[in-house]
Design a protein around this ligand. Structure first.
Ligand code: NAP
Length: 293
């Protein structure tokens, strides 16, 4: 069994990005600039945004954090989105999800100029991904592709089961695994809460990508010998031994599943760091105007 070290790969990619940014700046180019909007004080969102700002520093990007209290109106938020759309200095920006209930996430996502949508959530980017056109690919699935690629994991012709069908992980992941490219070219099955034969599908899979948010859901009996396991799940579970009072738990029962695998991602330190680095990659593409003028 080989452990997929997302933390190490992410650190390496950030160094690669930083080197490229310094080259761009030395040649008189513009330093990429990522802006992030954070609404309210949700613990998880605070951590994610802080980590994104930190990653920007490591990559040599300019970053701007814009905060609103949880009672911000939808109109105020949409105004800010429009301001960022128009701001020529901002290459890309994100609105950290989830948003408070009184704000329509879909409305906010669709208000973002798709050319600055480095999260890849705008319908234009989602649509382009699905028909194989250049676009901003959503960060978590893109990070997983990068891991498969850097660990030279064969995906062509393999049976891949994606657990979960969310717009940000499951669906784009399935689209990427079935695309005509490497990594890709897999035979993909997507399972969700209505799937009847989920266990059987997993037992036959060469690659399982678990993104359901149910701690320890994937157990050893569901996994074929030699399978590749990518664990996206990050559920906070109470843990008195941790300073924070919680730990992050994956969707895979790591201790019993790991011995059966050829490759497996740990939680934390697997997919998580790659998600942030994928956002950095998209920001670099935005700074270079590599996808859209
Ligand atoms: P989500 O929007 O809540 O979607 C969960 C999906 O799992 C849904 O499609 C749901 O099915 C399915 N599901 C839930 N329980 C199930 C069950 N018992 N059996 C089969 N399918 C089930 O979640 P998400 O945003 O995709 O995130 C999934 C997990 O990944 C979460 O733990 C999240 O924290 C984590 N995550 C991690 C990263 C990272 O960087 N590491 C990034 C994003 C998300 P239905 O559609 O039928 O409801």
């Amino acid at each position: 069994m080989q452990l997929i070290d997302g933390k190490a790969v992410a650190a390496q990619i950030k160094q690669e990005i930083a080197a490229e940014v310094e080259q761009i700046v030395a040649a008189g180019g513009k330093r990429p600039h990522l802006a992030a909007i954070l609404v309210g004080h949700d613990g998880g969102s605070e951590t994610y945004v802080a980590n994104k700002v930190k990653a920007c520093e490591v990559c040599g990007f300019k970053s701007t954090l814009i905060r609103f209290e949880a009672d911000v109106t939808e109109a105020e938020l949409l105004n800010k989105v429009e301001e960022l759309n128009q701001d020529a200095d901002v290459d890309g920006f994100i609105v950290q999800l989830p948003l408070p209930k009184h704000i329509s996430e879909q409305k906010v996502i669709e208000a973002i100029d798709y050319r600055k949508d480095v999260d890849g959530f705008h319908p234009i980017n989602v649509g382009r991904l699905n028909i194989g056109l250049p676009c901003y690919v959503s960060a978590t699935p893109n990070g997983i592709l990068e891991l498969l690629s850097r660990y030279q994991i064969e995906t062509s012709g393999k049976k891949c089961v994606v657990l979960g069908r969310s717009n940000i992980v499951g669906k784009p992941m399935a689209a990427l695994m079935m695309r005509k490219a490497q990594p890709g070219d897999a035979t993909v099955t997507v399972c969700h809460s209505h799937s009847k034969d989920l266990v059987k599908e997993c037992q036959e899979a060469d690659i399982i990508i678990a993104a359901i948010g149910r701690p320890n859901f994937v157990t050893a009996d569901m996994v074929k010998e030699g399978a590749v396991i990518i664990d996206v799940g990050t559920t906070r579970v109470p843990d008195a031994t941790k300073k924070s009072g919680f730990r992050l738990n994956g969707d895979v029962k790591f201790d019993e599943v790991a011995p059966k695998c050829s490759f497996i991602t740990p939680v934390p330190g697997g997919v998580g760091p790659m998600t942030i680095v994928s956002l950095m990659k998209n920001t670099l593409l935005a700074g270079k105007k590599a996808i859209y003028d």
